[in-house]
Design a binder for this molecule. Structure first.
Ligand code: TYD
Length: 199
């Protein structure tokens, strides 16, 4: 079977990193070679960019923010995702192009067509085989969140906008599914697995 590129999306504190680990463990148990990664920060360059992007003391203009995220994404695709898939490994990434549409498009107000076009350039057209939106109400996300980075400092209204955006956007994503992430982690993982073409 061809290796799959799987993306987990959703707001901060939806449990993406927990699911990344649970899914990877479950797939490894089935003998699948898996690489887990995230945006921003999946590569060495990405980690440097992540530091800049999340620093709450920085003022970053919306389009500048998008370009930094796209630089991270480009490097991620070329240095990590494509080579891993070429070696036959499955790749699970926490966040990808949908994050930019939800946060920089709907959230920050950059025209959607601009974000789409730039995403396309940054990824060279590489789309996920499966996208899972881990959905939680903004209040739950806010409660779960620990420390405050530059994105987490945004208020409830911004979070609500991002959630609505995700719920709209996922409808037009091939093999895109909404998963209720208020459920216990093991159940969330089972629901994700149920959508994957596993023997
Ligand atoms: P992430 O590490 O996934 O945070 P969390 O684990 O809290 O979900 O992502 C860091 C922040 O980057 C997150 O608040 C959302 C933001 N982000 C965007 O705004 N646009 C993007 O395209 C990406 C990839 C992330």
């Amino acid at each position: 079977m061809r290796p799959l590129f799987i993306v987990l999306e959703g707001p901060d504190a939806a449990g993406k990193s927990t699911q990344l680990e649970l899914l990877a463990a479950e797939l490894s148990r089935r003998g699948i070679d898996v690489v887990t990664t995230r945006e921003p920060g999946g590569t060495d360059l990405g980690r440097a960019l992540r530091g800049i992007l999340l620093d709450p003391r920085r003022r970053i203009e919306p389009l500048a923010e998008l370009f930094l995220l796209l630089a991270d994404r480009r490097q991620h695709v070329e240095e990590l995702i494509k080579p891993a898939l070429a070696e036959g490994k499955w790749v699970i990434s926490s966040r990808y192009t949908l994050s930019s549409l939800a946060y920089q498009g709907y959230g920050r107000g950059i025209p959607m067509e601009t974000v789409r076009r730039l995403n396309e350039i940054a990824t060279g057209g590489l789309s996920p085989d499966y996208t899972f939106l881990l959905d939680v109400p903004p209040e739950v996300a806010l409660e779960r969140a620990g420390e405050t980075d530059r994105f987490e400092a945004e208020g409830l209204a911004f979070r609500a906008r991002v959630r609505e955006a995700y719920l709209q956007l996922i409808k037009s994503v091939p093999n895109g599914y909404v998963i209720d992430a208020t459920r216990p982690p093991e159940e969330v993982c089972r629901r994700i697995l149920a959508h994957l073409p596993l023997a």
